[in-house]
Design a protein around this ligand. Structure first.
Ligand code: NAI
Ligand code: 15L
Length: 271
């Protein structure tokens, strides 16, 4: 497969979308932007609700693109009905449009919360493998688990290739001790998405998405196999964050698992 050049970025108005909009063009991509909300400074962006748009609108948004980076959706916990609409129906309708129009590569924003109840490794326990059983910690995590299965189905039935990236915490900087383990720096995020867009023969590949953090909890093997070479490490932020919070308490249920406080008191989608 030749390297994709024109890429549809869904969720372009959001946090990760904004970071990637700035970074992916350096890799030679021409981005087509889509979001429910207007994308600031981008009047040509497509303003669509993926779950409610007509087939014609979706086909127009996808026609002529080489690949999709699918970030759109509710990114925290919410009611099942809202998650069903935005994350499950929205993603299914996107894949259907990809099938109709003939787009055969998707990079899907999955999440650590698809496996949020996997215990975090302590005391020298092995890193969490990518084939650890799915254990969503929320309806949100459940929707990511669904989307990974949807990606597999569309590969098996229709040959659409997907890399499902179980992103840790992709922000400009880590803001908690937990994030020292899960941080995906924006620059590494762009490296990872580029690898996921260009690796050959991915079928449906699941990969964890973080930087090369000293306090890593999971195995980056399948991400590295795509050609991803992380350059960043959250450890530079450790002294400041540890001074504020201390080390994670092994007896605190909110830090027992990969999903952290999502397992006990998940942050709610505000809309
Ligand atoms: P965000 O909430 O900042 O952005 C999501 C965007 O999707 C918003 O701009 C929203 O308007 C748009 N959207 C929601 N429903 C839509 C629909 N039905 N149709 C079209 N657009 C819709 O989230 P963020 O942080 O940028 O995350 C991006 C993706 O990465 C999400 O899928 C999230 O679940 C996933 N992710 C993010 C992580 C992070 O650390 N930021 C960690 C793990 C996964
Ligand atoms: C996610 O999946 C969320 O979208 C993001 O906002 C963070 O909360 C991240 O996980 C995390 O676990 O830190």
């Amino acid at each position: 497969m030749p390297s994709p050049r024109t890429v549809l970025l869904t969720g372009a108005a959001g946090g990760v979308g904004t970071l990637l909009r700035g970074l992916l063009p350096e890799y030679g991509y021409r981005l087509r932007l889509l979001d429910l909300k207007p994308v600031e400074g981008e009047p040509a962006a497509c303003t669509l609700d993926l779950a409610a748009a007509s087939e014609q609108e979706l086909d127009e948004a996808l026609r002529g693109v080489d690949a999709v980076v699918h970030l759109a959706g509710i990114s925290l916990e919410s009611t099942f009905e809202k998650i069903l609409h935005a994350n499950i129906l929205g993603t299914q309708r996107l894949y259907e449009a990809a099938r109709r129009v003939g787009v055969d590569r998707v990079v899907l924003a999955s999440s650590n919360h698809a496996v949020g109840f996997a215990p975090r490794p302590t005391g020298g326990a092995p890193l969490i493998p990518v084939d650890t059983p799915r254990r969503p910690d929320t309806y949100y995590g459940l929707s990511k688990s669904f989307c990974e299965d949807l990606a597999q189905l569309y590969h098996d039935l229709h040959g659409i290739e997907t890399v499902s990236l179980r992103i840790g915490s992709c922000f400009r900087r880590p803001t908690s001790v937990r994030m020292l383990s899960l941080w995906l720096s924006p620059a590494d995020g762009a490296r990872l998405v580029h690898a996921a867009l260009t690796a050959e023969g991915v079928g449906h590949t699941v990969a964890y998405g973080s930087s090369a953090n000293t306090r890593l909890w999971w195995d980056l093997g399948s991400a590295r196999a795509l050609g991803y070479e992380p350059q960043d490490d959250s450890e530079a932020y450790a002294p400041e964050l540890l001074a504020q919070e201390g080390e994670l308490d092994p007896d605190d249920p909110a830090s027992a698992n990969l999903g952290g406080h999502f397992c006990t008191d998940p942050p709610m989608w505000p809309h």
